[in-house]
Design a protein around this ligand. Sequence first.
Ligand SMILES: O=P(O)(O)O[C@H]1O[C@H](CO)[C@@H](O)[C@H]1O
Ligand SMILES: O=c1cc[nH]c(=O)[nH]1
Length: 291
Amino acid sequence: MSILSSELILNPDGSIYHLNLLPDHISDTILTVGDPARVAQVSRHFDSVEVEISHREFVTHVGYYKGQRMMVMSTGMGTDNIDIVMNELDALVNIDFVSRTVRPEEERIKLRIIRLGTSGSLQPDIPVGAMLATEHAVGLDSLMQFYPLMETGLETEIATALQQQLQLPFAPYVVRGSDLLREQAGQGMLVGNTLTCPGFYGPQGRVLRLDLRQADYIARLQSFAHLNAEGKFRLTNFEMETAGYYSLGRMLGHEVVSLNAILANRATGEFAENPAALVDEMIERTLQRLV
Ligand SMILES: O=P(O)(O)O[C@H]1O[C@H](CO)[C@@H](O)[C@H]1O
Ligand SMILES: O=c1cc[nH]c(=O)[nH]1
C-alpha cells in the first residue's frame, strides 16, 4: 500500500523531510553524534568527504574512511530527535520513494549505527575519561509508550524492579543493543547499562535552583541492583538518546551500539578538564575498530 504524502514527507528535491538526504547518500555504516560541530571532528579523519548536507540540527557528511564508505550525522539532543533520525534513516533504505511502498523483507537493508556520545558516570569506579559501550539502555522517556516494543523476560524484570525501587510514577523500558557491534566498535571499552533521560538537569538528578521530587533520586539509581542469571545488573551512566536508538533499532531491524565518553562523574562531582580531547579519543579509537 502506498504511504500518504502526509506520513512519508519528501522535499521538492526528493529528499526526506528533516534529514534532507536522498537514498543514494546513505552508507551501511552510520556514525551519529549529538552535537552538529562534532560531525567535522569525525569526518576530518575520512579519506574524502563527498557530500555535506545540513538542515536544522541534522548535519551529515558522507565520504570514505580507509576505503570504506561511511557517513556521520548529528542528531541534536533527546529521544524525540532519535525518533526522527531512526525513522527517516530506515525510510531512506527500506521504503521505495517512487512507489511509496515498504520494500519486501528480502530486500531490506540492515544499517550499522554507532552513537559517539558524551555521558555522565553514576558510579565512583567509572572515572571521568573512561570510554563505555552500552549493553542495556533504560529509557526514562515516554517514546516507547507509542510503539509495540517487545522486551525480553529479563528486560521486563529489570524495568519492573526499577519502577518499584525508584518509586517511579511510570514504567521505564529496558532494551539491549547489538552485542556484535558492541564487541567490534566498543572493543576495549567498559561495558555498562545506560540510563536515557528526558532532560539533563532534573531527570539526571542535577540541582541548580530547583529541588527534585525525590531528594535521594541519584542515590537510589546508584544503588539499584538486580541479580539475575547473567549476573548483577547495575546502572552505570546517564545520557539522553541511547534507549531510543536501541528500541527503534530492534523494531526496525538495525544493529545499533552506543559508545560514551564519560565527561562527568556524579558520584565524585568531577567534570572533564578537556572534554574535546576525550571525544577525539573516542572517535579515533572507534574509527580504527570499524575497518
Ligand atoms: O554529546 P551528545 O552526543 O549530545 O550526548 C549527550 O550530551 C547531551 C547533553 O549534554 C545529550 O545529547 C547527551 O546524550
Ligand atoms: O552528565 C552528562 C554529561 C554528558 N551528557 C549527559 O547527558 N550527561
